[in-house]
Each structure stands twice: as C-alpha cells, then as structure tokens.
Write a protein that binds this ligand. Structure first.
Ligand code: SF4
Length: 627
C-alpha cells in the first residue's frame, strides 16, 4: 500500500494464511495496502519522522478514481473529471497541490482493493484534510501493460512543477513482478516522484528485493496510520530519515473504516471485501497470519452500521476477509443475523440482486448456536472457505497447526447435510514430511465428506513465514521468484510435484467446476477403482499424455476426453458413459456439440442455465449434483 496498508491487514491476515496460500494460487486477491506490518522480525529500520503543522494551500481534487480496465456500462469517464480539476488549479494560479496516488495491480477487475481504501479513508484522520483532498485511488489489473499503467499514473499526477508527488503501491505476491517494472519505469520517467511501497510482499525479507531498492520508502505491516503520516512528513517536512518504516499497529478504533470509499460502480460490479476482525491467534507456519499471535476485532456496532450503509446503497455481495470468522461466536452470530434479517428484502423486485456472503472458517469450531443460525439460510447465500490443509497429524504438529480432525470431519459432514452453505475446502500439497501417499489419504478422507469443492494448493514459502525453519531438515526447495512454490521436498520429487500440479488443474476443470457430477462418479467410484485420489490421478496422467495441455481445454474437449478414458482405458460401456456425459453436459448449460455426444443432444435443454452468472451457474451445478 501503500500499499498495503490497507490491505495489508487483511490481506495479510487473510491472505497471509491459508488464504494467502490460496490467494496466491488463484490470484484472486484483493489488493490492499494494509499489509504493512504484522510484526515479525524483518523490519530493517524503525521509521522516525516528525510531523509539521503546516497548512496545505491549494485544493487538488478528491475523487475516488478507479481504473476502468473493464468497461462499465454507464460509468462516467473519470479521467476527464480529473483533468478538469487539475487544469482548474493552473488557471486559478494557485500553487499546485501535491498529488498522492494510491495504486495497485489487482489480479482481476472485480477485486476492489480494500487496503487502498483503508489508506484513502485514513488520509484525513492521520494525514490531514489537505492531504485527503489531493489523494486519488487508481487501480489497474495485471493484464494492463506496465507502460500503459505508468502513462496513466503520470497523466493523473500531471506536471511535477514544485509540488511533492507521491505514489503509494500495494505489493503482493501476485503482482510483485509487474509492480517492480512499474516502479522502475516510473522512477526512470519521473525520478522525483516519491514511491512508497506497502503490502505483505515488502513487509519481510527486504534486503534482496529489487523493488525495495527502486522505491523511496517502504512501510512494513499495517499502513493505515503510517502511510498518511509519511505523506504528511513528505509534504510538510521534515523528511523521514529512514527508508524502511515499521507500520504503526494502531488500536482498531483509531482506524477509519473504508467502506464509504467503495464507489457505486464498485458496488455494482465488484466484490466488496469487508473485515470484522484482523489477525489470527493460530500459528500455522506456512501462513503469514501466524505472526499475528492474536486477532483484533473492530467495534461490531460501528462495523454493522457501515455494512448497513453499503446495503442501503445496494451492495449485496460481501466477501469477509477475517482469517477466522467463527472465532468469536457472539460476533459471528450477530453478523449472520444481520444478513438473515435482510433476506426478505434483499432481492425484492430484482432477481439478480440476492445476497451472497463469503466467510473463511476454521473447521473444528462450530458450536450449536452457530449451526442453528447457519441452518436458517437458504441456498445461494452463504459460501464458506474451510481450510483443512492436511489431515496428517504428524505434519500438522510439525507446522504448528492445531486442528481436531474428528471435529473437522463431523462439522464438514454437518454442513453438507444440514446447511445450504456452499463449501470450498482447501488442502495444501508439499508440506514438510507430507508424502503423496499421506496426502492421498487426506484427500480421500475429505472427498468422502462430499464438500462442493476441494481446492488443491501447492505450498508456497511466503516471505516472513516460519515454515522456512524446516527447509534444511525436510529438504524443502522453493522457487526463488514469486510465488515461491515448493519445487521438491525430501519425500516428494520434482516430477511428482509437477504431476500433482496437473492433477490440481484437471480437478478444477472436471470436479470443482461442477460440470461432470455423474461422470465423475463413474470415474472415481466404479468397480475395481483404486481410491478416489488414485482414480483421478490415473485420469490426470492419461489426459496429460494424450493432450499435453493443462489450459485451453474446453468443456467439449473434456467431454470427449472423459468418453475416451472411461471407455478405452477403464472399459466402461459407451452407453453408460454417454448417458452420464449427456446428463452432465445438458445440465451444465453448455451449448456446443462434442464428438462423444454427436446426435444425442436435445436442442432446448442446452439453454437451461443461460443468463445466470458464472458464480451462480457453478453453485447451481453443485446443488443440482448433491440433490
Ligand atoms: S488458522 Fe492458520 S492458516 Fe488460517 S489464518 Fe490462522 S494461522 Fe493462517
């Protein structure tokens, strides 16, 4: 954030932990700044800078500007508005105000950066009204060429003249490569611009990072307070002496909530990240949140009031980034009650405006009171991210992950049977001492519970995480560049890791997509099959040998591949396979004509789900297949 300041926190938290592992895998993070400092031992220097009381002359502009990498129908062109504001200054002959730009490269347009919005929201409180008035938020996506991003930033800043110009960048594991190039070009074209970095990727192990060398300042850990203070010092002096500043971890009641910074366009078109708490009390060593040592809760009344503000503005799609939503059951129940109370009116007159709420939960803590609340939600509203990571007790102990496997199983089983929550469960392959065989046991154990999705990640060594202590003893070798994925371990060779990577990709396409429930049952559960894991591994190996690709496979390609494999390789009759594939294909709403189903497809049914969003379609497919 500044980077991350904003995000940082959550992001950290959220994205540092299992979430972080997950996010890094799927590149779906939120961008933020909050990540500045979550403590830890990587702060190279302590920042010390005084704040002057000077008054800022000039106005600047205060629009919250979002980059439109994806065209939004009816959205006004913000660039024009900004240009107008700027030229107004020039003609008024007032001093040019300093420009502060908050920016990050999100993985996708729908990922609105919560961290950046925290920074923006706290500019007035911790920097001053004058700074808030000349601060702009401008997000991009990774798909935008770096040169275009820099062009846009410089256009936004306008000529430097005598004013201080500051660009705060949120740096994450998924954008560090492109952000490094962005900063390099920005500093080349305008050396005097002050580049401030923040975010989890630049909160630890700074010494060898090129992006840190290029930047003027780095705020590690939380940035909500430290970024505005740094901006104030840069604008009014005195200039901080230290390049690396340990982010101030202020009490949460001193941090302004960011939710008013979501624009109407954000509400209409993007995921809204929210957090009722930061931090995590657990210590899973692969996770940056393990450094938090505790969790901090925002004032719940204030948080719910902010949620209500978003709701009244039309927000219906909320993604909680709390690392452990079900840690404090009183708070969890109140938050669920908030959404339950709004169910009757949420979609009134607007079928596409139903509530959707995503939470990350720890799997072994589901008291009856929480269950009773969860059970009241209808289909399509709740989505739970359930981090299992490993069922191997030895591995759990080795990485300091406390998890009651029996309770975990019982709770997942209960959620599948008695709630309508959509369950995304997570496993991580490549943990120290985890073999392919022990992972297969855990996969089969989880698969038997029938969660809607099993998300398969590969261990990454996130900067700052204590998992590094196992590297020597357990032969852990990680990629040296982001996302620092494990390449081989003492018990898993490189070829097996590549084999698993393909397994994971194909599992997403065939199982997690929800497109092939009946066919998947034939594949995994037919007579003489090995366990589900090895049955799918056999298919994955065959698919790779015959197609040599893990991307670019259409649903039709998969239909034909499944037909060939089940028939020619497993000896299932063509009639049986075609019946399963036909049912799956029609129910999925796909509309082409795969070779294996030539002459069998009815015409009208293929339109079944047309018009529903991808997310809704995916959940509908899972619900349909689970009866
Ligand atoms: S429970 Fe473990 S993996 Fe999840 S956020 Fe906390 S420390 Fe990270």
């Amino acid at each position: 954030m500044f980077v991350h300041i904003l995000l940082a926190k959550h992001h950290f938290n959220v994205r540092h932990g299992h979430a972080k592992q997950r996010c890094q895998k799927t590149h779906h993070v939120v961008g933020g700044l909050a990540a500045f400092g979550c403590g830890g031992d990587a702060h190279l220097e302590l920042g010390a800078f005084g704040l002057a009381d000077g008054v800022f002359a000039g106005g600047g502009f205060s629009q919250n500007v979002d980059d439109q990498d994806v065209a939004i129908p009816g959205e006004k062109g913000v660039a024009g508005g900004v240009a107008g504001a700027r030229s107004g200054h020039a003609t008024d002959n007032r001093p040019m105000a300093p420009r502060i730009l908050l920016t990050t490269l999100n993985a996708k347009y729908i990922h609105a950066s919560l961290g950046l919005r925290y920074l923006l929201a706290n500019m007035a409180r911790h920097g001053g009204d004058d700074l808030r008035q000349c601060t702009v938020l401008r997000e991009f996506t990774l798909q935008r060429p770096v040169a275009q991003v820099v062009d846009a930033l410089l256009a936004e800043l306008g000529p430097q003249e005598d004013g201080v110009q500051i660009v705060g960048c949120g740096v994450y594991i998924w954008n560090v490569v492109q952000t490094t190039e962005m900063v390099r070009l920005l500093k080349t074209l305008r050396p005097r611009v002050q580049v401030v970095l923040g975010g989890p990727e630049v909160s630890y192990e700074l010494e060898a990072q090129e992006i840190v060398r290029l930047a003027d300042f780095v705020i590690t850990g939380w940035g909500d307070v430290s970024f505005p203070k740094l901006c104030r010092a840069l604008v009014h002096g005195p200039r901080p002496l230290m390049k690396v500043i340990a982010g101030e971890q202020a009490p949460l009641d001193q941090i302004a909530l960011p939710y008013a910074e979501y624009s109407d366009a954000d509400l209409a078109h993007r995921l809204l990240y929210v957090e009722a708490s930061r931090g995590c009390p657990f210590k899973c060593e692969f996770c940056l949140s393990s450094l938090d040592k505790t969790a901090w809760a925002f004032d719940l009344d204030a948080f719910l009031a902010a949620l209500q503000g978003l709701y009244l503005r039309g927000a219906r799609n909320f993604k909680f980034v709390d690392r452990t939503f079900n840690l404090k059951i009183d708070a969890s129940v109140r938050i669920l009650q908030f959404f339950l109370d709004r169910l009757p009116t949420a979609a009134a007159g607007q079928p596409d405006a139903a509530l959707f709420v995503h939470f990350e939960v720890v799997p072994d803590h589901l008291p009856e009171r929480l269950k009773a609340m969860i059970a009241q939600f209808p289909p399509g509203v709740l989505q739970f991210e359930v981090g299992i990571q490993s069922f191997n007790v030895e591995v759990q102990q080795r990485i300091s992950r406390r998890q009651d496997n029996d309770k975990t199983e019982a709770n997942v089983r209960w959620l599948v049977a008695h709630s309508h929550a959509h369950l995304h469960t997570d496993l991580i392959f490549g943990l120290p001492g985890e073999t392919l065989e022990s992972f297969a046991d855990g996969f089969d154990r989880l698969h038997a519970l029938q969660p809607h999705e099993i998300q398969l990640g590969i261990l990454k060594r996130l900067r700052g995480t204590p998992i590094a202590r196992h590297s020597a003893v357990h032969g852990m070798v990680y990629a040296s560049s982001a996302p620092y994925t494990v390449l081989h371990t003492g018990v898993v060779d490189a070829e097996t890791l590549q084999r698993f990577t393909r397994f994971s990709r194909y599992w997403d396409l065939v199982a997690n997509s929800g497109r092939f429930p009946q066919t998947l049952a034939l594949l995994l559960n037919g007579p003489a099959r090995p366990s589900p894991f090895y049955a799918f591994l056999g298919f994955a190996d065959w698919l790779w040998q015959t197609r040599h690709a893990t991307s670019g496979l259409s649903p039709e390609d998969l239909v034909d591949a499944l037909f060939d494999y089940l028939g020619a390789q497993l000896g299932v009759s063509a009639q049986t396979v075609q019946a399963a594939l036909l049912a799956d294909y029609v129910a999925s709403g796909a509309r082409s004509n795969p070779r294996a189903l030539q002459g069998l497809l009815p015409r009208r049914e293929a339109m079944l789900l047309e018009g529903a969003s991808a997310l809704v379609q995916r959940q509908q497919r899972h619900r349909a297949s689970s009866g």
